[in-house]
Write a protein that binds this ligand. Structure first.
Ligand code: GAP
Length: 529
Protein backbone atom coordinates (compact mmCIF):
# COMPACT_ATOMS: atom_id res chain seq x y z
CA UNK A 1 0.00 0.00 0.00
CA UNK A 2 2.84 2.42 0.88
CA UNK A 3 4.30 1.93 -2.60
CA UNK A 4 0.96 2.72 -4.23
CA UNK A 5 0.47 5.81 -2.07
CA UNK A 6 4.01 6.97 -2.91
CA UNK A 7 3.48 6.38 -6.64
CA UNK A 8 0.19 8.29 -6.49
CA UNK A 9 1.99 11.31 -5.11
CA UNK A 10 5.13 11.00 -7.26
CA UNK A 11 3.27 10.76 -10.54
CA UNK A 12 0.37 13.06 -9.70
CA UNK A 13 -2.58 10.76 -9.13
CA UNK A 14 -3.58 11.71 -5.58
CA UNK A 15 -2.27 14.30 -3.11
CA UNK A 16 -3.16 14.95 0.48
CA UNK A 17 -5.61 17.85 0.70
CA UNK A 18 -4.12 21.15 1.99
CA UNK A 19 -0.73 19.42 2.23
CA UNK A 20 1.33 22.57 2.80
CA UNK A 21 -0.78 23.30 5.89
CA UNK A 22 -0.32 19.82 7.34
CA UNK A 23 -3.25 18.29 5.46
CA UNK A 24 -6.86 17.68 6.39
CA UNK A 25 -7.68 14.21 7.59
CA UNK A 26 -10.13 12.40 5.30
CA UNK A 27 -9.81 14.75 2.30
CA UNK A 28 -7.80 14.15 -0.89
CA UNK A 29 -6.99 15.99 -4.10
CA UNK A 30 -6.70 14.28 -7.46
CA UNK A 31 -3.73 15.47 -9.52
CA UNK A 32 -3.44 15.66 -13.32
CA UNK A 33 -3.38 11.88 -13.85
CA UNK A 34 -5.75 11.02 -11.02
CA UNK A 35 -8.42 13.32 -12.33
CA UNK A 36 -8.23 11.68 -15.78
CA UNK A 37 -8.47 8.20 -14.25
CA UNK A 38 -11.40 9.19 -12.06
CA UNK A 39 -13.17 10.94 -14.93
CA UNK A 40 -12.72 7.93 -17.22
CA UNK A 41 -14.18 5.70 -14.53
CA UNK A 42 -17.20 7.96 -14.01
CA UNK A 43 -17.72 8.41 -17.75
CA UNK A 44 -17.70 4.66 -18.27
CA UNK A 45 -20.23 4.10 -15.45
CA UNK A 46 -22.38 6.90 -16.86
CA UNK A 47 -22.21 5.41 -20.34
CA UNK A 48 -23.16 1.94 -19.06
CA UNK A 49 -26.06 3.27 -17.03
CA UNK A 50 -27.58 6.03 -19.12
CA UNK A 51 -26.40 5.46 -22.70
CA UNK A 52 -26.34 1.71 -23.13
CA UNK A 53 -29.63 1.17 -21.28
CA UNK A 54 -33.08 2.43 -22.23
CA UNK A 55 -34.50 2.17 -18.74
CA UNK A 56 -32.29 4.63 -16.82
CA UNK A 57 -32.11 8.42 -17.05
CA UNK A 58 -29.44 10.72 -15.64
CA UNK A 59 -29.81 13.32 -12.93
CA UNK A 60 -27.68 15.83 -11.02
CA UNK A 61 -29.13 16.95 -7.71
CA UNK A 62 -27.93 19.70 -5.39
CA UNK A 63 -25.67 18.93 -2.45
CA UNK A 64 -27.62 21.21 -0.11
CA UNK A 65 -31.26 20.25 0.37
CA UNK A 66 -34.14 21.24 2.62
CA UNK A 67 -33.35 19.84 6.08
CA UNK A 68 -36.78 18.17 6.06
CA UNK A 69 -35.38 15.70 3.52
CA UNK A 70 -32.86 14.41 6.07
CA UNK A 71 -35.47 14.20 8.79
CA UNK A 72 -37.79 12.18 6.53
CA UNK A 73 -35.02 9.90 5.28
CA UNK A 74 -34.06 8.99 8.85
CA UNK A 75 -30.56 10.48 8.60
CA UNK A 76 -31.08 13.10 11.32
CA UNK A 77 -32.17 10.47 13.83
CA UNK A 78 -30.23 7.41 12.84
CA UNK A 79 -27.26 8.15 10.57
CA UNK A 80 -24.74 7.70 13.32
CA UNK A 81 -21.84 5.53 14.35
CA UNK A 82 -21.08 4.32 17.86
CA UNK A 83 -18.14 6.31 19.16
CA UNK A 84 -15.70 5.62 22.01
CA UNK A 85 -12.88 7.81 23.23
CA UNK A 86 -9.58 6.72 24.77
CA UNK A 87 -9.62 8.13 28.31
CA UNK A 88 -5.89 8.78 28.08
CA UNK A 89 -5.15 10.08 24.56
CA UNK A 90 -8.71 11.33 23.78
CA UNK A 91 -8.40 9.65 20.38
CA UNK A 92 -11.78 8.49 19.06
CA UNK A 93 -12.65 5.13 17.59
CA UNK A 94 -15.70 3.49 16.10
CA UNK A 95 -16.89 1.19 18.86
CA UNK A 96 -17.91 -1.49 16.37
CA UNK A 97 -14.43 -1.55 14.85
CA UNK A 98 -12.49 -2.25 18.05
CA UNK A 99 -10.74 -5.61 17.73
CA UNK A 100 -11.44 -7.88 20.74
CA UNK A 101 -8.37 -8.33 22.96
CA UNK A 102 -7.40 -10.57 25.87
CA UNK A 103 -5.01 -10.04 28.78
CA UNK A 104 -4.95 -8.88 32.40
CA UNK A 105 -7.03 -5.84 33.27
CA UNK A 106 -5.95 -3.66 36.21
CA UNK A 107 -8.73 -1.57 37.72
CA UNK A 108 -7.65 1.48 39.72
CA UNK A 109 -10.01 3.24 42.14
CA UNK A 110 -8.02 6.43 42.04
CA UNK A 111 -4.91 7.93 43.64
CA UNK A 112 -3.80 9.17 47.01
CA UNK A 113 -2.27 12.62 46.75
CA UNK A 114 -0.42 14.74 49.23
CA UNK A 115 -1.92 18.18 49.72
CA UNK A 116 -0.30 21.21 51.30
CA UNK A 117 -2.59 22.54 54.04
CA UNK A 118 -2.89 26.21 55.06
CA UNK A 119 -0.77 25.50 58.16
CA UNK A 120 2.06 24.33 55.82
CA UNK A 121 1.65 20.68 56.75
CA UNK A 122 0.99 18.05 54.10
CA UNK A 123 -1.89 15.65 54.31
CA UNK A 124 -2.83 12.60 52.23
CA UNK A 125 -6.15 12.74 50.44
CA UNK A 126 -7.85 10.02 48.38
CA UNK A 127 -9.09 10.97 44.94
CA UNK A 128 -11.79 8.61 43.70
CA UNK A 129 -11.60 8.37 39.88
CA UNK A 130 -11.74 4.97 38.24
CA UNK A 131 -9.41 4.05 35.42
CA UNK A 132 -8.32 0.69 34.07
CA UNK A 133 -5.61 -0.67 31.81
CA UNK A 134 -5.32 -3.90 29.85
CA UNK A 135 -1.86 -5.45 29.55
CA UNK A 136 -1.00 -8.56 27.58
CA UNK A 137 -1.02 -11.76 29.64
CA UNK A 138 2.30 -12.30 31.46
CA UNK A 139 3.32 -8.61 31.45
CA UNK A 140 3.90 -7.07 34.90
CA UNK A 141 1.58 -4.50 36.46
CA UNK A 142 4.30 -1.88 36.05
CA UNK A 143 3.24 -1.14 32.47
CA UNK A 144 -0.37 -0.65 33.63
CA UNK A 145 0.85 1.62 36.41
CA UNK A 146 2.77 3.75 33.93
CA UNK A 147 -0.39 4.40 31.89
CA UNK A 148 -2.51 4.92 34.99
CA UNK A 149 -0.09 7.55 36.24
CA UNK A 150 -0.22 9.30 32.86
CA UNK A 151 -4.01 9.31 33.09
CA UNK A 152 -4.05 10.82 36.60
CA UNK A 153 -1.39 13.34 35.49
CA UNK A 154 -3.64 14.32 32.59
CA UNK A 155 -6.56 15.10 34.91
CA UNK A 156 -4.53 17.39 37.16
CA UNK A 157 -2.53 15.19 39.53
CA UNK A 158 1.18 15.37 38.60
CA UNK A 159 3.55 12.62 39.75
CA UNK A 160 4.99 14.93 42.42
CA UNK A 161 1.57 14.97 44.12
CA UNK A 162 0.76 11.26 43.83
CA UNK A 163 1.76 9.19 46.84
CA UNK A 164 0.10 5.99 45.66
CA UNK A 165 -1.97 4.49 42.89
CA UNK A 166 -4.91 2.66 44.41
CA UNK A 167 -5.54 -0.67 42.73
CA UNK A 168 -9.02 -2.05 43.26
CA UNK A 169 -8.58 -5.43 41.55
CA UNK A 170 -7.12 -7.22 38.57
CA UNK A 171 -8.60 -9.95 36.43
CA UNK A 172 -7.87 -11.98 33.34
CA UNK A 173 -10.27 -10.95 30.56
CA UNK A 174 -10.98 -12.51 27.20
CA UNK A 175 -12.13 -10.84 23.99
CA UNK A 176 -12.88 -7.50 25.52
CA UNK A 177 -13.49 -4.33 23.49
CA UNK A 178 -13.33 -2.00 26.47
CA UNK A 179 -9.68 -0.99 26.01
CA UNK A 180 -7.78 1.02 23.41
CA UNK A 181 -6.07 -1.53 21.12
CA UNK A 182 -3.21 0.93 20.56
CA UNK A 183 -2.15 1.44 24.20
CA UNK A 184 -4.39 -0.65 26.49
CA UNK A 185 -5.98 2.36 28.19
CA UNK A 186 -9.66 2.25 29.16
CA UNK A 187 -12.14 3.47 26.58
CA UNK A 188 -14.87 5.83 27.75
CA UNK A 189 -18.62 5.14 27.44
CA UNK A 190 -20.10 4.54 24.00
CA UNK A 191 -21.86 7.55 22.46
CA UNK A 192 -23.64 7.90 19.16
CA UNK A 193 -22.20 10.37 16.71
CA UNK A 194 -24.19 11.67 13.74
CA UNK A 195 -22.04 11.54 10.64
CA UNK A 196 -23.69 14.39 8.76
CA UNK A 197 -21.82 17.68 8.37
CA UNK A 198 -24.08 20.42 9.67
CA UNK A 199 -24.10 23.83 8.06
CA UNK A 200 -26.20 27.00 8.00
CA UNK A 201 -28.04 28.36 5.02
CA UNK A 202 -28.00 32.16 4.90
CA UNK A 203 -26.38 34.69 7.21
CA UNK A 204 -28.09 33.70 10.47
CA UNK A 205 -26.76 30.77 12.45
CA UNK A 206 -30.18 29.84 13.87
CA UNK A 207 -31.66 26.35 14.33
CA UNK A 208 -34.15 27.13 11.55
CA UNK A 209 -31.32 27.67 9.05
CA UNK A 210 -29.52 24.38 9.74
CA UNK A 211 -29.06 21.94 6.90
CA UNK A 212 -26.53 19.25 6.06
CA UNK A 213 -24.04 18.39 3.35
CA UNK A 214 -25.62 15.33 1.76
CA UNK A 215 -24.28 12.05 3.14
CA UNK A 216 -25.51 10.14 0.06
CA UNK A 217 -26.63 11.26 -3.38
CA UNK A 218 -29.70 9.01 -3.24
CA UNK A 219 -32.22 11.26 -1.50
CA UNK A 220 -32.43 13.88 -4.26
CA UNK A 221 -33.46 11.11 -6.66
CA UNK A 222 -36.25 10.01 -4.32
CA UNK A 223 -37.62 13.49 -3.75
CA UNK A 224 -37.52 14.24 -7.49
CA UNK A 225 -38.95 10.86 -8.45
CA UNK A 226 -42.25 12.32 -9.65
CA UNK A 227 -40.70 15.14 -11.68
CA UNK A 228 -38.26 12.80 -13.40
CA UNK A 229 -40.98 10.23 -14.07
CA UNK A 230 -43.28 12.85 -15.61
CA UNK A 231 -40.67 14.32 -17.93
CA UNK A 232 -39.05 11.09 -19.03
CA UNK A 233 -42.34 9.28 -19.65
CA UNK A 234 -40.86 6.02 -18.49
CA UNK A 235 -42.77 3.02 -17.30
CA UNK A 236 -41.67 0.77 -14.46
CA UNK A 237 -39.11 -0.65 -14.16
CA UNK A 238 -37.01 2.45 -14.62
CA UNK A 239 -34.07 4.03 -12.87
CA UNK A 240 -32.41 7.37 -12.10
CA UNK A 241 -28.62 7.57 -12.12
CA UNK A 242 -26.45 10.14 -10.44
CA UNK A 243 -22.77 10.74 -9.75
CA UNK A 244 -21.81 13.27 -7.13
CA UNK A 245 -20.09 14.25 -3.94
CA UNK A 246 -21.19 12.97 -0.56
CA UNK A 247 -19.88 13.98 2.86
CA UNK A 248 -19.60 11.97 6.06
CA UNK A 249 -17.84 13.11 9.19
CA UNK A 250 -16.21 9.71 9.61
CA UNK A 251 -14.76 9.08 13.07
CA UNK A 252 -11.67 7.37 11.68
CA UNK A 253 -10.85 8.19 8.05
CA UNK A 254 -8.25 5.61 7.00
CA UNK A 255 -6.61 3.46 4.37
CA UNK A 256 -5.72 6.31 2.02
CA UNK A 257 -8.87 7.36 0.12
CA UNK A 258 -10.83 4.27 1.18
CA UNK A 259 -12.66 5.93 4.06
CA UNK A 260 -12.77 9.67 3.46
CA UNK A 261 -14.91 12.47 4.77
CA UNK A 262 -15.55 13.85 1.29
CA UNK A 263 -16.03 11.33 -1.51
CA UNK A 264 -18.05 10.63 -4.63
CA UNK A 265 -20.78 8.11 -5.21
CA UNK A 266 -22.26 6.60 -8.36
CA UNK A 267 -25.81 5.58 -7.51
CA UNK A 268 -28.83 4.25 -9.33
CA UNK A 269 -32.28 4.25 -7.78
CA UNK A 270 -34.10 1.60 -9.77
CA UNK A 271 -37.89 1.70 -9.32
CA UNK A 272 -39.75 -1.56 -9.80
CA UNK A 273 -43.23 -3.04 -9.33
CA UNK A 274 -44.07 -4.08 -5.77
CA UNK A 275 -43.04 -7.65 -5.16
CA UNK A 276 -40.35 -7.70 -7.86
CA UNK A 277 -37.59 -6.16 -5.71
CA UNK A 278 -35.90 -9.48 -4.84
CA UNK A 279 -35.67 -10.53 -8.47
CA UNK A 280 -34.20 -7.14 -9.48
CA UNK A 281 -31.70 -7.35 -6.65
CA UNK A 282 -30.30 -10.52 -8.26
CA UNK A 283 -30.27 -8.93 -11.73
CA UNK A 284 -28.37 -5.92 -10.42
CA UNK A 285 -25.87 -8.15 -8.67
CA UNK A 286 -25.01 -9.85 -11.99
CA UNK A 287 -24.94 -6.55 -13.84
CA UNK A 288 -22.58 -4.92 -11.39
CA UNK A 289 -20.23 -7.89 -11.19
CA UNK A 290 -19.89 -7.79 -14.97
CA UNK A 291 -19.19 -4.06 -14.80
CA UNK A 292 -16.22 -4.51 -12.47
CA UNK A 293 -14.78 -7.09 -14.86
CA UNK A 294 -15.17 -4.60 -17.69
CA UNK A 295 -12.97 -2.11 -15.83
CA UNK A 296 -10.26 -4.69 -15.25
CA UNK A 297 -11.12 -6.01 -11.79
CA UNK A 298 -11.28 -9.80 -12.11
CA UNK A 299 -14.34 -11.59 -10.80
CA UNK A 300 -12.15 -13.67 -8.48
CA UNK A 301 -11.06 -10.54 -6.60
CA UNK A 302 -14.65 -9.43 -5.86
CA UNK A 303 -16.34 -11.06 -2.91
CA UNK A 304 -20.11 -10.97 -2.65
CA UNK A 305 -21.30 -10.63 0.91
CA UNK A 306 -24.95 -11.27 1.68
CA UNK A 307 -25.30 -8.74 4.46
CA UNK A 308 -26.83 -10.51 7.49
CA UNK A 309 -30.15 -9.19 8.85
CA UNK A 310 -28.53 -7.70 11.95
CA UNK A 311 -26.01 -5.65 9.92
CA UNK A 312 -28.36 -4.34 7.23
CA UNK A 313 -29.44 -0.70 7.14
CA UNK A 314 -32.86 -0.47 8.75
CA UNK A 315 -34.54 0.43 5.43
CA UNK A 316 -33.09 -2.54 3.55
CA UNK A 317 -34.95 -5.77 2.82
CA UNK A 318 -31.83 -7.39 1.36
CA UNK A 319 -28.32 -6.15 0.63
CA UNK A 320 -25.30 -7.49 -1.18
CA UNK A 321 -21.95 -5.88 -0.55
CA UNK A 322 -19.41 -6.21 -3.32
CA UNK A 323 -16.02 -6.34 -1.66
CA UNK A 324 -12.56 -6.12 -3.17
CA UNK A 325 -9.31 -7.68 -1.98
CA UNK A 326 -7.49 -4.47 -1.06
CA UNK A 327 -3.94 -4.83 0.30
CA UNK A 328 -5.35 -3.83 3.73
CA UNK A 329 -8.13 -6.44 3.66
CA UNK A 330 -11.34 -7.41 1.91
CA UNK A 331 -13.47 -4.29 2.00
CA UNK A 332 -16.67 -2.88 0.52
CA UNK A 333 -16.66 -1.28 -2.90
CA UNK A 334 -20.38 -1.11 -3.51
CA UNK A 335 -23.65 -1.91 -1.78
CA UNK A 336 -26.68 -3.20 -3.69
CA UNK A 337 -29.75 -2.79 -1.54
CA UNK A 338 -33.44 -3.61 -1.90
CA UNK A 339 -34.83 -0.53 -0.14
CA UNK A 340 -38.48 -1.52 -0.58
CA UNK A 341 -40.77 1.53 -0.69
CA UNK A 342 -39.22 2.97 2.46
CA UNK A 343 -37.89 6.21 0.97
CA UNK A 344 -40.85 7.14 -1.21
CA UNK A 345 -43.21 6.37 1.65
CA UNK A 346 -41.24 8.57 4.05
CA UNK A 347 -41.09 11.48 1.63
CA UNK A 348 -44.77 11.12 0.78
CA UNK A 349 -45.70 11.24 4.46
CA UNK A 350 -43.33 14.05 5.44
CA UNK A 351 -43.98 16.29 2.43
CA UNK A 352 -47.70 15.51 2.15
CA UNK A 353 -47.26 15.20 -1.62
CA UNK A 354 -48.42 12.14 -3.61
CA UNK A 355 -45.48 10.11 -4.93
CA UNK A 356 -47.41 7.12 -6.27
CA UNK A 357 -46.89 5.69 -9.70
CA UNK A 358 -49.97 5.21 -11.89
CA UNK A 359 -49.86 1.83 -13.56
CA UNK A 360 -51.63 2.13 -16.94
CA UNK A 361 -52.00 -1.63 -17.30
CA UNK A 362 -53.69 -2.38 -14.01
CA UNK A 363 -55.15 1.14 -13.60
CA UNK A 364 -53.85 1.21 -10.04
CA UNK A 365 -51.64 3.56 -8.09
CA UNK A 366 -48.84 2.38 -5.88
CA UNK A 367 -45.45 3.24 -4.46
CA UNK A 368 -42.74 1.36 -6.38
CA UNK A 369 -40.04 -0.62 -4.65
CA UNK A 370 -36.43 0.44 -5.13
CA UNK A 371 -33.25 -1.50 -5.80
CA UNK A 372 -30.15 0.64 -5.36
CA UNK A 373 -26.66 -0.21 -6.62
CA UNK A 374 -24.48 2.36 -4.86
CA UNK A 375 -20.78 2.46 -5.67
CA UNK A 376 -17.98 4.65 -4.38
CA UNK A 377 -15.94 6.45 -7.05
CA UNK A 378 -12.88 6.92 -4.88
CA UNK A 379 -12.92 3.35 -3.62
CA UNK A 380 -13.19 2.04 -7.16
CA UNK A 381 -10.31 4.28 -8.27
CA UNK A 382 -8.30 2.88 -5.37
CA UNK A 383 -9.22 -0.69 -6.31
CA UNK A 384 -8.18 0.00 -9.92
CA UNK A 385 -4.83 1.38 -8.70
CA UNK A 386 -4.27 -1.61 -6.41
CA UNK A 387 -5.28 -4.10 -9.08
CA UNK A 388 -3.12 -2.42 -11.71
CA UNK A 389 0.05 -2.01 -9.66
CA UNK A 390 2.79 -4.51 -10.48
CA UNK A 391 6.54 -4.72 -10.12
CA UNK A 392 8.47 -6.92 -12.53
CA UNK A 393 12.12 -7.78 -12.95
CA UNK A 394 13.02 -7.35 -16.59
CA UNK A 395 16.08 -6.95 -18.77
CA UNK A 396 16.60 -3.42 -20.04
CA UNK A 397 16.07 -3.49 -23.80
CA UNK A 398 19.23 -1.42 -24.47
CA UNK A 399 21.76 -2.20 -21.72
CA UNK A 400 20.65 -5.80 -21.13
CA UNK A 401 20.83 -5.17 -17.35
CA UNK A 402 18.16 -6.46 -14.97
CA UNK A 403 15.91 -3.79 -13.56
CA UNK A 404 12.57 -3.40 -11.83
CA UNK A 405 9.71 -2.27 -13.98
CA UNK A 406 6.80 -0.62 -12.15
CA UNK A 407 3.65 -0.82 -14.20
CA UNK A 408 0.04 0.15 -13.72
CA UNK A 409 -1.95 -2.34 -15.74
CA UNK A 410 -5.05 -0.20 -16.19
CA UNK A 411 -7.75 -1.26 -18.57
CA UNK A 412 -7.21 0.95 -21.67
CA UNK A 413 -10.69 2.41 -21.19
CA UNK A 414 -9.65 3.82 -17.80
CA UNK A 415 -6.01 4.70 -18.47
CA UNK A 416 -5.40 8.45 -17.97
CA UNK A 417 -3.26 8.60 -21.11
CA UNK A 418 -4.08 6.17 -23.89
CA UNK A 419 -0.91 6.37 -25.94
CA UNK A 420 2.55 7.89 -25.78
CA UNK A 421 3.93 9.22 -29.05
CA UNK A 422 7.68 9.13 -29.43
CA UNK A 423 10.01 10.16 -32.25
CA UNK A 424 12.90 7.69 -31.93
CA UNK A 425 15.40 10.57 -32.00
CA UNK A 426 14.55 14.15 -31.23
CA UNK A 427 17.31 15.59 -33.40
CA UNK A 428 15.96 14.04 -36.62
CA UNK A 429 13.47 16.59 -38.00
CA UNK A 430 11.88 14.02 -40.35
CA UNK A 431 11.00 11.74 -37.41
CA UNK A 432 9.81 14.68 -35.30
CA UNK A 433 7.59 15.97 -38.12
CA UNK A 434 5.79 12.62 -38.49
CA UNK A 435 5.50 12.21 -34.71
CA UNK A 436 4.02 15.69 -34.37
CA UNK A 437 1.57 15.03 -37.16
CA UNK A 438 0.39 11.77 -35.52
CA UNK A 439 0.11 13.58 -32.20
CA UNK A 440 -2.04 16.32 -33.70
CA UNK A 441 -4.25 13.78 -35.48
CA UNK A 442 -4.87 11.73 -32.34
CA UNK A 443 -5.15 14.59 -29.83
CA UNK A 444 -8.79 15.50 -30.58
CA UNK A 445 -9.82 11.85 -30.38
CA UNK A 446 -8.20 10.60 -27.19
CA UNK A 447 -5.76 11.62 -24.47
CA UNK A 448 -2.23 11.18 -25.83
CA UNK A 449 1.18 12.35 -24.62
CA UNK A 450 4.20 13.41 -26.67
CA UNK A 451 7.67 12.68 -25.32
CA UNK A 452 10.98 13.13 -27.09
CA UNK A 453 13.55 13.26 -24.29
CA UNK A 454 15.57 10.32 -22.90
CA UNK A 455 16.26 6.95 -24.49
CA UNK A 456 13.21 5.19 -25.88
CA UNK A 457 13.38 2.50 -23.15
CA UNK A 458 13.20 5.18 -20.45
CA UNK A 459 10.26 6.80 -22.18
CA UNK A 460 8.42 3.46 -22.30
CA UNK A 461 9.16 2.89 -18.62
CA UNK A 462 7.76 6.27 -17.59
CA UNK A 463 4.58 5.52 -19.52
CA UNK A 464 4.35 2.03 -17.94
CA UNK A 465 4.47 3.61 -14.50
CA UNK A 466 1.42 5.77 -15.22
CA UNK A 467 -0.47 2.98 -16.95
CA UNK A 468 -0.33 4.14 -20.58
CA UNK A 469 -1.36 1.04 -22.56
CA UNK A 470 0.22 1.92 -25.94
CA UNK A 471 3.50 3.38 -27.10
CA UNK A 472 3.80 4.64 -30.67
CA UNK A 473 7.35 5.06 -31.92
CA UNK A 474 8.19 6.81 -35.13
CA UNK A 475 11.42 5.24 -36.35
CA UNK A 476 13.47 4.87 -39.51
CA UNK A 477 11.17 2.18 -40.89
CA UNK A 478 8.41 4.81 -40.83
CA UNK A 479 10.43 6.89 -43.28
CA UNK A 480 12.30 4.25 -45.25
CA UNK A 481 9.85 1.39 -45.33
CA UNK A 482 9.45 -1.83 -43.36
CA UNK A 483 12.52 -4.08 -43.32
CA UNK A 484 10.53 -7.27 -43.65
CA UNK A 485 6.98 -8.19 -44.46
CA UNK A 486 4.85 -8.58 -41.32
CA UNK A 487 1.28 -8.57 -40.07
CA UNK A 488 0.03 -5.30 -38.66
CA UNK A 489 -1.58 -5.02 -35.21
CA UNK A 490 -4.87 -4.72 -37.09
CA UNK A 491 -4.29 -8.09 -38.77
CA UNK A 492 -3.64 -6.67 -42.23
CA UNK A 493 -0.35 -7.51 -44.02
CA UNK A 494 2.50 -5.02 -44.12
CA UNK A 495 4.69 -5.53 -47.16
CA UNK A 496 8.48 -5.22 -47.04
CA UNK A 497 9.36 -1.65 -47.98
CA UNK A 498 5.96 -0.28 -46.97
CA UNK A 499 6.35 3.23 -45.55
CA UNK A 500 4.22 5.14 -43.05
CA UNK A 501 4.09 2.44 -40.43
CA UNK A 502 5.09 2.87 -36.79
CA UNK A 503 6.09 0.62 -33.90
CA UNK A 504 3.17 -0.10 -31.62
CA UNK A 505 4.40 -1.19 -28.20
CA UNK A 506 2.04 -2.87 -25.74
CA UNK A 507 2.47 -1.95 -22.07
CA UNK A 508 1.64 -5.31 -20.46
CA UNK A 509 3.41 -7.76 -22.76
CA UNK A 510 6.02 -5.21 -23.94
CA UNK A 511 5.44 -6.81 -27.34
CA UNK A 512 6.18 -4.60 -30.31
CA UNK A 513 4.50 -4.80 -33.69
CA UNK A 514 3.96 -2.52 -36.63
CA UNK A 515 0.84 -0.68 -37.62
CA UNK A 516 0.03 1.68 -40.47
CA UNK A 517 -0.26 5.30 -39.34
CA UNK A 518 -3.63 5.51 -41.10
CA UNK A 519 -4.97 2.64 -38.96
CA UNK A 520 -4.00 4.18 -35.60
CA UNK A 521 -7.18 6.18 -34.82
CA UNK A 522 -9.60 3.31 -35.44
CA UNK A 523 -7.34 0.80 -33.69
CA UNK A 524 -6.95 2.92 -30.53
CA UNK A 525 -10.58 4.03 -30.38
CA UNK A 526 -11.74 0.41 -30.54
CA UNK A 527 -9.42 -0.48 -27.64
CA UNK A 528 -10.78 2.21 -25.31
CA UNK A 529 -14.50 2.03 -26.15
N1 GAP B 1 -27.26 5.35 -0.79
C1 GAP B 1 -26.71 4.20 -0.15
C2 GAP B 1 -25.41 4.44 0.45
O1 GAP B 1 -24.93 5.56 0.53
P1 GAP B 1 -23.39 3.23 1.54
O2 GAP B 1 -23.08 1.76 1.61
O3 GAP B 1 -23.38 3.99 2.81
O4 GAP B 1 -24.80 3.31 0.84
C3 GAP B 1 -22.31 3.46 -0.79
O5 GAP B 1 -22.41 3.92 0.52
C4 GAP B 1 -20.86 3.45 -1.24
O6 GAP B 1 -20.28 4.73 -1.04
C5 GAP B 1 -19.98 2.49 -0.46
O7 GAP B 1 -20.07 1.17 -0.94
C6 GAP B 1 -18.61 3.09 -0.70
O8 GAP B 1 -18.09 2.67 -1.94
C7 GAP B 1 -18.90 4.58 -0.77
N2 GAP B 1 -18.58 5.18 0.55
C8 GAP B 1 -19.35 5.22 1.64
N3 GAP B 1 -18.72 5.85 2.64
C9 GAP B 1 -17.50 6.22 2.17
C10 GAP B 1 -16.38 6.91 2.72
N4 GAP B 1 -16.39 7.39 3.95
N5 GAP B 1 -15.30 7.12 1.94
C11 GAP B 1 -15.27 6.67 0.66
N6 GAP B 1 -16.31 6.01 0.09
C12 GAP B 1 -17.41 5.79 0.82
Amino acid sequence: MEKIVALCKRRGFIFQSSEIYGGLNGAWDYGPLGVELKRNLKDYWWKCMTQLRDDIVGFDGSILMNAAVWKASGHVDTFSDPLVECMLTKKRYRADQIEPQSGTAYYYKGVTISVLESDNTTKNRDVQREFSVLVPAGKPEASAQKLARQFYNSIGYPDAMITSLNLDRSEVVQNTTKFNPENGAQLGPEKTFNLMFKTYVGPVEAPSSITYLRPETAQAMFVQFKNVLDVSQKKLPFGIAQIGKAFRNEINPRNFTFRSREFEQMEVEFFVKPGTGPEWLEKWLDERLAWYEAIGIPRAKIHVLTVPDKDRAFYSQGTYDLEYEFPFGIQELEGIAHRGDYDLKQHKEHSGKPLEYFDEESKTKYLPEVVEPSAGVDRTVLAVLCEGYAEETIKDEESGKEETRVVLRFSPRLAPIKAGIFPLLKNKPELVAVAQSIYKTLQPLLKVAYADTAAIGRRYRRMDEIGTPFGITIDFETLEGAKEASTSATGTPIAAGQKDTVTLRHRDSMKQERIAIADLPAYLLAKIA
